[in-house]
Each structure stands twice: as structure tokens, then as C-alpha cells.
Design a protein around this ligand. Structure first.
Ligand code: NAP
Length: 243
């Protein structure tokens, strides 16, 4: 069966790893035929990610969009609905962070972070959830963070958006439970991705890799539909870095 799967922030990092993990499942299980809709702002990254998915035999489609712009976020949802008429899985992964001491954060940092992590995620989900509601089937993952329930000193703004995402997840789940839709809040600790920029080797050794998040996400998707993994907390074995 074809599974229509939209992944935001799929050009690199955790989102790309999730796309590749879904593609890998298609190799192992020929009955699973995913259509991987890969979205982010940077077309070149998406083309590379799509090529890697196709090399594994999966269908991958590039859908460039900046979700911080509400028109683009809702336009992305409308394109998916118009083209495929359904959506089986939405991975709300696109996210940004500006990590600096509280008093150094600017209004531009605030608007930039809120626009993607909150506004974009909210309106994209708002357009796609009713489709799943009608299908009485679907799975939405939110890649939040351990910073959605634990504060770190330089993460005031980032944490604020992640705590808020957790609020959205929990409210949306109340609707989702009534129509057989599954909502999973994925809370990773430190993962070595481009989000961190250049990281010294000693620090890298304390971090997880993107596939460490992708594997449990995709496993959760394949559980029988009667079961829903509501939360995944995945930390480096040595605990959080930058306490
Ligand atoms: P990343 O490597 O920086 O990748 C982020 C992805 O989101 C990129 O593909 C980026 O592509 C896309 N993106 C950013 N802003 C966007 C926008 N406005 N519209 C569309 N796409 C946008 O980050 P990552 O570490 O993989 O993070 C993925 C998610 O996991 C984020 O929500 C992050 O908060 C969360 N997380 C990360 C960690 C970690 O330690 N890495 C830990 C916990 C949670 P473009 O820039 O091309 O748009």
C-alpha cells in the first residue's frame, strides 16, 4: 500500500535520517510503498536527500517551502491534499534554535524562532489534521526536544517554543484520540546535526546521531494501529550535555 508521508526539515539532520529510515523499510518490506514528500527551504539539500531515498528504491518528491511563512505552510498542505488526496504521516521536524544568554537575545531572534517552531508547525498541522480526521487514520510526529520539559541556560527562547509545542501536542491528542489518529511527541537530547554548527570532537562523542532518533520514530509508525507511542524521550547514554 502507498503511504503518503510528509517530512518537514527533510534536507538534513534528523528529518533526512527519518526519510532514509522510511526508505530503508521499503527495501526490507516490498508491501510498504512510501511516497516521501521532503520539505524544507533549501532545494539543493532536498534534491540530495531525495536522490538518496530513490537510490534505496523509494519514491521521493521534493516540496520546497518555508513554513515560517504561513502562506507557504498552508500552501504546502494544500499541494499535498490536491496531489494525493490523503496523508498517512506528518513529521513536524523543521525547527530552528538561537542559543545565547537570555539578555543577548533580540526581537529578530524571537520572531525568527517563533515563526518556524510555533507558527509554521501550527498552521501546517491545522491544514492536514482534518484530512486524517476524515480518514480516521494517520500519524503525526512532533520532533520537540528534551528542552520541551527541561530548561537549559542558553536555551530560553528555544525552550519556550519547545514547551509550547508540547502544549500543542497534548491538546491536539485530545482531538486525535477521538478519530484514531496517533500523535507522538519525540523528545531527543543532543544529536549531532548541522543545527549545532562546528562541534569539537570531544563533544561529538557525547552526542547521538540522527539515525538514533529515526529508528524509534519509524518503529512507532509500524506498530499496530491500535497502539500509539505517545512520547519518545531519547538521550545520549551519558545524559544531557551542556547542563
Ligand atoms: P538541522 O540539522 O538544522 O535541520 C533542520 C531542518 O529544518 C533543515 O532541513 C532546515 O532546512 C529545516 N528548516 C528550518 N527552518 C525551516 C523553515 N522555516 N521552513 C522549512 N524548513 C525549515 O536540525 P536538526 O538537529 O536535524 O533538528 C530537527 C528538529 O529536531 C528540530 O525541530 C530541532 O529543534 C529538533 N531537535 C534537535 C536536537 C539536536 O540536538 N540536533 C535535539 C532535540 C530536538 P532549511 O534550512 O533548508 O530550511
Amino acid at each position: 500500500m502507498r503511504h503518503i508521508i510528509l517530512i518537514t526539515g527533510a534536507g538534513k539532520g534528523i528529518g533526512k535520517a527519518i526519510a532514509l529510515e522510511f526508505a530503508g523499510h521499503a527495501v526490507r518490506n516490498p508491501e510498504f510503498r512510501p511516497v516521501l514528500l521532503l520539505s524544507s527551504r533549501t532545494a539543493a539539500d532536498l534534491e540530495n536527500a531525495a536522490a538518496e531515498c530513490r537510490a534505496l528504491g523509494a519514491e521521493a518528491v521534493v516540496m520546497q517551502a518555508d513554513i515560517s511563512d504561513t502562506a507557504q505552510a498552508t500552501g504546502l498542505a494544500e499541494t499535498v491534499i490536491k496531489r494525493y488526496g490523503r496523508i498517512d504521516c506528518l513529521v513536524n521536524n523543521a525547527g530552528v534554535g538561537r542559543f545565547r544568554p537570555f539578555c543577548e537575545l533580540t526581537e529578530e531572534d524571537f520572531d525568527y524562532t517563533i515563526a518556524t517552531n510555533l507558527k509554521g508547525t501550527f498552521f501546517l498541522t491545522q491544514k492536514l489534521f482534518p484530512v486524517m480526521e476524515r480518514q480516521r487514520k494517520g500519524h503525526i510526529f512532533f520532533i520537540t526536544s528534551v528542552a520541551a520539559e527541561k530548561a537549559f541556560k542558553t536555551s530560553s527562547l528555544y525552550s519556550m517554543t519547545k514547551f509550547a509545542q508540547k502544549g500543542l501536542v497534548e491538546a491536539l491528542r485530545l482531538y486525535a484520540r477521538e478519530c484514531g489518529v496517533r500523535i507522538t511527541n519525540v523528545m531527543p537530547g543532543a544529536v549531532h546535526t548541522p543545527m549545532w554548527g562546528d562541534v569539537p570532537e570531544a563533544m561529538q562523542a557525547l552526542m547521538m546521531m540522527p539515525q538514533d532518533i529515526a529508528v524509534p520514530v519509524v518503529c512507532s509508525y509500524f506498530l499496530p494501529e491500535r497502539a500509539s507511542v505517545e512520547e519518545l524521550v531519547i538521550r545520549p547514554v551519558g545524559g544531557d550535555i551542556n547542563e
